[in-house]
Design a protein around this ligand. Sequence first.
Ligand code: NAP
Length: 249
Amino acid sequence: MNISLAGEVILVTGASRGIGAEIAKTLGLAGATIAGTATSEEGASKITEFFNKENISGLGYKLDVSKADDCAAVLSEIAQSHGPITTLVNNAGITRDNLLMRMKEDQWDDIMDTNLKSVYRLSKLVCRNMMKARSGKIINLTSVVGFMGNAGQSNYAAAKAGIVGFSKSLARELGGRNINVNCVAPGFIDTEMTQGLAEDQKKTLINQVPLARLGEVTDIAHAVLFLASNLSTYITGSTIHVNGGMLME
Ligand code: NAP
């Protein structure tokens, strides 16, 4: 069965690298028009170049999701170029790891602003048109850490768990308008976010994974593709766990 996203306009935040880049590529190759974001003009241009090379319809945009004005401005730019956003993928995320006793307030605040408040902000901005259209999908990237906790990541785990509660509430608010709100919770995936880990930390992690490997970005993009497609229209308020069996929910 071929999954077609033709006619969809999809915003993927943090599409310059890692999981977001693969999500943008996968959804674009399925026929959607993609607005992919990076935090720099250079990153945005590279996204546009990549889309052109792959014959994907869409453009790269510069966006800092922690800035309210940026979000509103970029969303109206996207709407002018491509029409209203039909699917939002909140993927952009950062880590600011530290043990609680050493965690500075700005490490806590950076994570809340970039990883959690951005999801509130962008969802609110796309929601109006989706409600009018009586259709739409919001897909939020959470993490296995939001479910299990992780020493040194109390800020990140709190934001990722917050995304799950937010998504369930929004799914209840918007279900009557035929808008699906779901999460994908990656385990440990091989990206720049995990490449900074020491070899012995990686080995310890892999020992906790029944499938005995880190995940690939494609593993996550495929779950997002399913949630973005009409194969998942009766799923809302749910989380798809993609973690090699590390956490069985
Ligand atoms: P990554 O490789 O570090 O890439 C992060 C992306 O987010 C980049 O495109 C980056 O843009 C963008 N970004 C960072 N700060 C931003 C901001 N303030 N505004 C807008 N965009 C911003 O991360 P990843 O590993 O692909 O992770 C993607 C998502 O999956 C995140 O939400 C992460 O928490 C989640 N996740 C990842 C893993 C994992 O093992 N990798 C596990 C669980 C969950 P620039 O390139 O311009 O900096």
